[in-house]
Design a protein around this ligand. Structure first.
Ligand code: DAH
Length: 340
């Protein structure tokens, strides 16, 4: 009897199944009540006690083998594309091939560049690992001024200090050194601060710096340029407001607010019920900074501004948590169409 069991086992293993019909034949031949395995069990009843023990075990294994094979083949056939009637429907639309899209911060960056390029600004770049001179000292930050404290950062080396830049303003003096006025440039890039991560702050974020140096550049040029930008970026009905402020590298300095896009000035939690949202710092370039850039402040004047790309993107798309930009959650990222 043992030999017969081995023979059926070989047959189960060798049985080829290519269709549902074959599978049904497999089931009838081996697994059904009148199948080979059942009849072996019938025969087993006549066997001696000793044989029952020995063959019973092998027979159970054979039964399991046949059932497993049946289950496996059934799943395979059910999930194959021609399971339904053995035909592929060529008229069905294809499954779309996901090619990805631009990150929302890049969408905003490109839009900012587009707006300023049309005003005659070019795009400049500067290092993220920076020396103290370009990030602070050349920008008129005094050695122990508290303004340095407000921009605490990560130091790569101490004495002489090498650090991760705290703002894109570090490109200003590099630009002045390399270029004669008129200078009209924007400088987008990543910046770093030693801050705890929350919905409103991160240890890195992105800014766009702007610099315009020429003869007779005045505060009205600054105001009109940023007003134009705000309208292009957020819609023609957008208003701006300038608030007096302090930056070591500008004099006078102003914070730029835009009218709240969410409540249109009525007051909501985005604008903290003021009707205004801050988007940039700005001012007239300090004469010390011009001098440090090798430009004569008697002959030339300039304005500068710096804005956060995250902030603008959050306003543009009503995003309420800064962390979403760097978590790489595809459910978030796929919502942005690559249209600038
Ligand atoms: N660098 C400033 C900051 O990160 C922003 C800023 C303010 C840039 C005034 C400027 C400016 O160019 O004129 O807070």
């Amino acid at each position: 009897m043992e030999e017969r069991v081995r023979k059926i086992e070989e047959e189960v293993k060798a049985f080829l199944v290519a269709s549902k019909e074959d599978l049904e034949n497999f089931r009838l031949k081996f697994i059904s009540k009148k199948g080979a395995v059942s009849s072996l069990f019938d025969d087993l009843r006549q066997a001696s006690v000793e044989e029952k023990k020995k063959i019973g075990k092998v027979l159970n294994e054979l039964k399991q083998l046949a059932e497993d094979k049946f289950k496996h083949l059934q799943e395979k056939l059910d999930s194959s594309p021609d399971a339904a009637g053995g035909q592929i429907d060529l008229s069905l639309p294809v499954v779309p091939n996901k090619v990805g899209n631009l990150h929302p911060l890049n969408l905003t960056r490109y839009r900012i560049i587009e707006i300023f390029e049309r005003l005659g600004f070019n795009v400049s770049d500067g290092p993220e690992v920076e020396d103290d001179w370009h990030n602070f000292t050349a920008l008129n930050f005094a050695e122990n001024h508290p303004a340095r404290e407000m921009q605490d950062t990560f130091f790569v080396e101490k004495n002489p200090d090498v650090l991760l830049r705290t703002h894109t303003s570090n490109v200003q003096v590099r630009l002045m050194k390399n270029q004669k006025p008129p200078i009209r440039s924007i400088m987008p890039g990543r910046v770093y601060r030693n801050e705890a991560i929350s919905a409103r702050a991160h240890c890195f974020f992105h800014q766009v710096e702007g610099l315009y140096v020429d003869k007779k550049v005045g505060f009205s040029d600054l105001k009109q340029t940023l007003y134009h930008f705000a309208k292009e970026m957020f819609g023609q009905e957008t208003k701006i407001r300038l608030r007096p402020s302090f930056f070591p590298f500008t004099e006078p300095s102003a914070e730029i607010d835009i009218s709240c896009l969410i409540c249109h000035g009525k007051g909501c939690n985005v604008c903290k019920y003021s009707g205004w949202v801050e988007i940039a710092g700005s001012g007239m370039v300090h004469p010390h900074v011009l001098k440090n850039g090798g430009i004569d402040p008697e002959e030339f004047t300039g304005f500068a501004f710096g804005m956060g790309i995250e902030r603008i993107t959050m306003l543009r798309y009503s995003i309420n948590d800064l962390r979403l930009f760097s978590e790489n959650d595809l459910r978030f990222l796929r919502q942005f169409k690559s249209v600038i």
